[in-house]
Write a protein that binds this ligand. Structure first.
Ligand code: XMP
Length: 310
């Protein structure tokens, strides 16, 4: 049985031993993994840590404010980096899912490298967990935060990596979050991919398309909050469909809603959501987002699908 308290005690000692008198930066996206990492490092080394939040323009509604607020509450020195333009220009013209991930990762590390230089840090803490390493090494999906394990030397970015959670799976990370007394909106936070909404805009990513999927995401999350499902989200398609708006035939956007049940994201079942809920989601999405003319529900399990579309 995993003992969260024992893990925390050992981890704090280990972080202190590694960091010594050096400075650390902790990259926090607001997800449970990176928030727990940041919390642990801050608890271990205090003022020697600066937390960084990179605003890539791909986060969900209100998320940048939420993350900065969480870090401040933690008492951590916090650096907010507005890199929206850099991410959108790196993603421009990219349509292949893995190419998009690579563009995201490169921009992420360039931005982080710049912040690290400004803060003169020696270590970079990140929330890599066991599943990230396994999936990347096996070539299933290149997680943006996995470097050393696939032969990229992080020192080319100018720092050493500190990954206190890299031996844990998600359920244990949540136990650590609860043991640390983090609020439920963090310890029970729904998994959200590192490259964020860039994976939920199929094909080329533009700020306009991200704005559409962001609005649809708010609606899906609001309407499914009490379902207790594993992941609930919206995806904007690359192609369009015919519909009718204000009595006129238009060629508009298509949104797919995906709601899945899973333990560990390795396999998943589409959720048998009540029709009333799906109806409300569809009506709200097509009414509140003028460009959307069609709303679909994904009824595929993993396998043969994956959870994300890209
Ligand atoms: P798939 O789509 O492979 O997703 O069934 C499994 C879980 O991983 C998340 N996911 C990602 N997380 N970077 C991440 O940090 C990624 O590139 C990425 N791709 C998928 C997905 O949301 C699900 O929870």
């Amino acid at each position: 049985m995993f003992d969260a308290k024992e893990f925390i005690d050992n981890s704090l000692k280990e972080i202190k031993n590694i960091v010594k008198e050096n400075r650390v930066m902790s990259a926090c996206s607001g997800g449970v993994d990176s928030t727990v990492t940041t919390f642990l490092v801050h608890k271990a080394v205090g003022e020697k840590m600066v937390a960084v939040f990179i605003d890539d323009g791909l986060r969900r509604e209100g998320e940048p404010e939420f993350v900065v607020r969480t870090l401040k509450k933690m008492g951590a020195k916090t650096k907010y980096v507005d890199a929206k333009k850099d991410f959108f220009s790196a993603l421009a013209g990219k349509t292949d899912a893995e190419e998009k991930r690579k563009a995201f990762r490169d921009t992420f590390y360039k931005t982080l490298g710049k912040a690290a230089k400004e803060e003169k840090i020696t270590f970079m803490a990140q929330g890599t967990i066991k599943a990230d390493v396994i999936e990347t090494v096996q070539g299933i999906k290149s997680q943006h935060n996995v470097l050393e394990q696939i032969g990229i030397n992080p020192e080319t970015y100018g720092y050493k990596i500190l990954e206190p959670l890299k031996e844990l799976f998600k359920p244990d990370v949540r136990k650590v979050a609860r043991e640390l007394g983090l609020p439920k909106e963090i310890s029970e936070r729904m998994p959200f991919p590192g490259p964020a909404l860039s994976l939920r805009v199929l094909g080329e990513v533009t700020p306009e398309k991200v704005a559409i999927v962001r609005k649809a995401t708010v609606i899906v999350e609001e309407e499914t909050r009490d379902l207790g499902t594993f992941q609930n989200f919206a995806v904007l398609h690359n192609d369009k469909a015919t519909g009718i708006k204000n009595g006129k035939r238009v060629y508009g956007n298509i949104i797919t809603v995906r709601i899945v049940e899973s333990q560990d994201a390795v396999t998943a079942k589409f959720s048998r959501v009540p029709y009333d809920t799906l109806t409300r989601i569809s009506e709200r999405i097509t009414k509140e987002i003028p460009s959307v003319v069609r709303c679909l529900y994904d009824m595929t399990d993993k396998p043969p699908s994956t959870i994300e579309f890209e």
